[in-house]
Design a protein around this ligand. Structure first.
Ligand SMILES: O=C(O)CCC(=O)C(=O)O
Ligand SMILES: [Fe+2]
Length: 362
């Protein structure tokens, strides 16, 4: 999925309509000014967001829908749903989750979802990490520890072979002595470095497929129930969505998700249920090749998108996250996350977006 199939030459890739749209909306790093401190990211095409569809604005009564956008009546589903006339299989449910529900899923995404046996992008570097969020809230540090045979993790053994027994544990910051040579990273930094976690059947990014032999838990009941309910507009009547896997994407201020298609699951008639949390972003929905001009739309915290059928073959991606305070649109979350327990999460979500996308694999 994320291993994009690029056209034969980089030049050709740069010229596609999808790439042009990514460039239009992404954040830009101005050329480095040597010795002047950190590079600042600035808005790229922020001057012109006029073509970005804003489904929330279309919710207001009396607003005429732009050409090509429909509001649909979905039997058995009581939330407003929008579609594009020329992109069947794509559904947009604005404000599908209440602020309380959004807070619940943000907490779960940081606390429970990265717990082993679920894997994250950090697993390959540090081995399984338990209770990362709690460690960050308590300002702990992940420190490399010695194995029982006295060797440090990843050290050469006597026979010359490299052992891969990663061994790290959380310790109090105060326990790290001056001049400590073992590898260490603060738990807060690690939370900031989270890029993905996988729930249910584990997706193997290197094989670009599910590895059913990897240990896994089933999708949490509450998430499965939510996904089944939200999938209704994209499901044939009388058929129930059966969530088996989910990918959680964590985006920082300068992160983007390049154009890709989601074609790893067996049955494309079943939707991907994709939940947005935290800062607002721009989502691009293109065509079956990168040459088709994509539609751009805002995704806000609490919005849900469904992609089923031919919509699953369309290139899509996220070129831009809005973390500027006047653009992120997280005021509801900020007032809800005001307790002491939520201080870390509030700080995190001020500069982050989380996406949970739930899939039926078979
Ligand atoms: O972050 C998003 O909204 C999209 C994520 C996505 O397309 C994916 O994980 O396949
Ligand atoms: Fe995707």
């Amino acid at each position: 999925m994320y291993g994009e199939t690029e056209p034969a030459t980089a030049g050709a890739s740069e010229r596609t309509a999808f790439r042009q749209a990514e460039k239009k909306y992404k954040l830009y790093k101005p050329p480095s000014t040597k010795g002047r401190g950190r590079k600042k990211l600035t808005g790229g095409g922020v001057g012109d967001l006029s073509e970005v569809v804003d489904f929330h604005a279309l919710l207001a009564g009396g607003v005429e829908l732009p050409d090509g956008i429909l509001r649909c009546d979905c039997p058995g589903f009581d939330l407003p749903v929008f579609r594009f006339l020329d992109r069947p299989g794509f559904y947009f449910i604005p404000g599908a989750l209440s602020t309380e529900q959004q807070c619940f899923w943000i907490r779960e995404s940081l606390k429970t979802f990265p717990q082993p046996p679920n894997r994250t992008n950090l697993t390959a570097l540090y081995g399984p990490i338990f209770d990362l969020l709690t460690a960050a809230q308590n300002q702990k540090v992940l420190l490399e520890v010695q194995n029982s045979d006295g060797r440090e993790s990843n050290e050469q053994s006597n026979s010359g072979e490299k052992t891969c027994t990663m061994n790290f544990k959380f310790v109090e910051n105060s326990k790290i002595e001056k001049g400590e040579t073992r590898r260490s990273t603060t738990a807060t930094t690690l939370v900031r470095k989270l890029r993905w976690s996988t729930l249910g059947l584990q997706f193997d990014w290197s094989k670009r497929n599910y590895d059913v032999s990897l240990p896994h838990n089933s999708i949490p009941d509450a998430l499965a129930t939510l996904a089944k309910k939200m999938a209704i507009p994209a499901m044939p009547s009388g058929v129930e969505f059966s969530p088996e896997a989910a990918i959680v994407n964590y985006y920082g201020p300068s992160d983007m998700l390049g154009g890709h298609v989601d074609d790893m699951e067996a049955d494309w008639t079943k939707p991907i249920v994709s939940i947005s949390l935290g800062c607002k972003c721009i989502f691009l929905l293109g065509g079956k090749t990168r040459d088709e001009v994509p539609r751009a739309m805002f995704l806000r915290s609490g919005d849900i998108v469904l992609m089923a059928g031919e919509a699953r073959e369309r290139f899509h991606g996220v070129p831009r996250i809005f973390t500027e305070s006047d653009q992120q649109e997280i005021s509801g979350l900020v007032s809800q996350l005001s307790g002491d327990d939520d201080r870390f999460i509030l700080d995190y979500i001020h500069s982050s977006r989380i996406n949970i996308n739930i899939r039926q694999v078979y």
